[in-house]
Design a protein around this ligand. Sequence first.
Ligand code: FRU
Length: 498
Amino acid sequence: MTIYMKKTLFVLFFVLIIKPFVGKSQVSTTLSHEKYRPRFHYTPPQNWVNDPNGLVYLDGEYHLFYQYNPFGSDWGHMSWGHAVSNDLKHWTTLPVALQEFENTDGSKSMIFSGCIVVDSLNTSGFFSKGFKKGMVAIFTTHIEKNGKGVLQTQSLAYSADKGRTWTMFHENPVLDIGLSDFRDPNVIWYPQKKKWIMTVVKSLEYTVQLYESADLKHWTLLSEFAKQGDVSKIWECPSLFQVPIEGTTQQKWVLMISSGHRQPNYLGMQYFVGDFDGKQFIPQKQDSVFYVDEGKDFYAAIPYANLPQGQNPIMIGWLNDWVYAGKIPTEKWRGGFSIPRKLSLLNDNETFKLRQKPLISSEIPTNHVSLKANQAFSSKLTKINKNVYRLVLTIDLKHTKGFDLFLLKNKEEYSKISYDVLSETLSFDRTKSGHVNFSEQFASIEKMQVKQVNNVLTLDIIVDKSSVEIFANNGANVLTDLVFPRNETSSFEIKWKK
Ligand code: FRU
């Protein structure tokens, strides 16, 4: 073959095979015509996704790797898909980064969830001397034999070209304790000890293990954090990181775990705030479980690694619930991600709690409104009639018992946010939101406690075709749910309780 023929073949290969998978995917015009495809949330052009993986920032780029099935819209062949953004708002999909592979004994290794660190000191020795931009992915290898999961171990891959191409470490795995449910490593740099710290779970034992390593290759067990808070479901996707306390120069450690939900038989995330001394995590006293998000569709979130110094942590979660994730009525894609959320800690009578603020593009049609009891507020007055919008509301609750705010309303269909002043409860009702029968567990009502502050309630509501994210009281209370309205146009309207 001549060089010219080789070049032509390469160009054809790129244009026909690779190119369709590369490109701005978030608001691309063809994709945004799809009924449930969100416009302001990242979704893959096609196929199945679950957990965000390897959230890492490097040189102006935010990377979003994720659990991905390159071959279809059901869970399987788990690999790492990849998207990048320079503002966390517009994303470009890149080719698959880490792919499932077959072993010589016929078993398969899937690439399960994990993280990426920037090994700027080259502690791993994977990079050339002085190179500061090497990425190391630490992930779970899930080994399947005859369709059955037999072992989960922690493995490494590395990249010297900002995540575009990856090499598997030839001595994988780096951590194997012989368990079939041992997964989702998340690694941070702990400068005081000049060590890497890993959190990873023994899922069925509701146990987070903490390990340390000087080189990412050899790991020593430090301590365990087990059976606290919500143990209604197995534990997955732990992470341990520092979060600034608002109005101070101090930080506390937060341990996040994907586990159960306030309502039995659903999944959610819980967190603990506390201290970490390089060995052990000690949580503050808390008299109830702290859930990250009170909705049914926020799971497996992890924070960004390597953010510029002084920047608050940012996390992204998977918008779905394993209980019905395989059945949601989208077309050739299934699953997507939350709006990135900036985190801080607020001091509530010496108990520290998370606050989450959405980092969303200002291009979303937005209404900022201050409302008083009995005041009319509807889409008729604001001209928003598509299923993509944001309502930023400051609601004066004096002289009212509460309200029902109907969203995505079209004839008999609606999704409803209600607030009851007396019990200080906010609820979200999706029982009449459209397609709900694809799973018996989908139609549901969620409730969360939201305190009024001087008779005022603030709500930041993001509606994006098939999701509703509610940030109440400036992000102190958050609720995220999927919805599948039958129509692509709708109205909204508030009704006050007498
Ligand atoms: C969480 C999870 C992880 C696992 C991955 C597999 O949603 O179950 O524990 O690594 O998904 O896709």
